[in-house]
Every structure is written in structure tokens, then in C-alpha cells.
Design a protein. Structure first.
Length: 229
């Protein structure tokens, strides 16, 4: 099932979206939030597949929320203003629905999101870079820009200095695709760029002020890969 988060300050509209979602056996509504700041906090701690997001929220609006989160769910903006369309797609929204909501229009947006979610994960490696498919787009990442990759359930998180990219994939598949001359697995949840390691101390690695644990079963492999004096 795909996890759905509803962020809507109008209680009646939020309940309507929830009831619409409950009609789809593929969807699971994990939470309903009525405040923008609470939504940002939740999204930065939890992964969801589909986000129904009201544009006009107290404290922080929907478009500002999109700029504040690192995750990339399928975003369906809900708005009373038809003029938000261009901004919705500039922010990589899957679709936007104009209020008042109707089930047929809701279903069209959901089907669009599900089609994107059900697409085969796309990761392809070139000479010095990797193409990843995230949020319906192909992104070209240079190996040199990747600090580390973190496992997130059925997803992986490519971490660079500027941004994080969440891709539907497994660490096992990714480990086979990344060049062993540049990357090493240090934990069941982490693959790191060898050239980005700053400090190795006890059972952790420091990369760009991030502390990454070293799994006990990976220590020997890491030592073999390092150029030690």
C-alpha cells in the first residue's frame, strides 16, 4: 500500500480527501495535519508516497513547505485558486486540484501519482556520473558530488552537499551499479564516497559534518580499501 499524508487546514475538506482515499485499496492515510509547520516537521521525519497539500495554510503555505522538505513524494496540490497551476508544476507537483473537490477529479490525480510510483526504478551509470529517476524526473549526478547514500526502507537517499534525492531502489541493487573504485559500503544502511571521507574514528566516519556508523561486518573491507600509512 502507498502511504498518504493529507495537509489541509479546512477540517471538512481534509475529511473529504480522507474518505476519497479510503475508497482506493492501494492507499493508506497515515496522518491528517492542519498546520504547515507541523507538516514540515512530519515530512522531514517520515517518508510518504503521496502528499495532498493545501496551498493556503496557517504559518507557512504549501509552496513554502515544498521548499522546506528534502523528501520527494508525489505531490497533489489542493487550491481554491486556478492560477496556482504554473507554480505547482514549477515545484514538481504531480497534479493540482481546484476546490471544491470532486471524486472523479481526485481519482484522476491519484491514478497519475500511482502510475509514477509504479514505474520501474531508473538508475543508469555512465563513465563519471549516474542518472537517477526521482519524482518523475531524470537527474544527472556526478560521482564526485555524491557524499554518501543512505537506505530508507524501500528507497535510497543520494546525499550531496546541496540536496538529497530519494529514489525507489535497494542498497543491494545500487551497490552493484556504483563503481567499487569510488564507493564502499560501510553499514547495511550506508554506502560512502571514499574520496569524501574526512575522519574515521572508532566506529564512525565523518563526511561533511555527518557522522556515519560503521557496521562491524564491514570494517575489514573498509580497511582493505583505504590507502593507509
Amino acid at each position: 500500500m502507498f502511504k498518504v499524508l493529507i495537509v489541509e487546514d479546512d477540517i471538512i475538506t481534509a475529511e473529504l480527501i480522507k474518505q476519497f482515499a479510503l475508497k482506493s485499496p492501494e492507499l493508506e492515510v497515515v496522518k491528517v495535519i492542519h498546520d504547515g509547520i507541523e507538516a514540515v516537521e512530519y515530512l522531514n521525519r517520515n517518508l510518504v508516497d503521496i502528499l495532498f497539500l493545501d496551498v493556503n495554510l496557517p504559518n507557512i503555505n504549501g509552496l513554502e513547505i515544498l521548499e522546506s522538505i528534502t523528501a520527494s513524494p508525489q505531490i497533489i496540490l489542493c487550491t481554491s485558486d486556478i492560477n496556482y497551476g504554473p507554480q505547482a508544476f514549477e515545484n514538481n507537483a504531480t497534479d493540482y486540484i481546484v476546490k471544491p473537490l470532486e471524486y472523479v477529479r481526485f481519482l484522476k490525480s491519484v491514478n497519475k501519482a500511482l502510475q509514477n510510483l509504479n514505474e520501474k526504478p531508473f538508475i543508469t551509470v555512465e563513465h563519471d556520473n549516474i542518472f537517477i529517476k526521482t519524482n518523475g524526473r531524470l537527474v544527472n549526478l556526478s560521482f564526485n558530488d555524491i557524499l554518501y547514500v543512505e537506505a530508507l526502507s524501500d528507497y535510497v537517499n543520494f546525499c550531496t552537499k546541496e540536496k538529497k534525492y530519494i529514489v525507489h531502489s535497494t542498497m543491494k541493487d545500487l551497490e552493484l551499479k556504483l563503481p567499487i573504485s569510488k564507493f564502499v559500503r560501510v553499514h547495511r544502511s550506508f554506502i560512502v564516497n571514499l574520496n569524501k571521507i574526512e575522519i574515521i574514528e572508532d566506529s564512525s566516519i565523518t563526511i561533511n559534518k555527518n557522522y556515519i556508523s560503521i557496521g562491524s561486518t564491514y570494517k575489514d573491507a573498509i580497511n582493505q580499501r583505504l590507502n593507509l600509512l
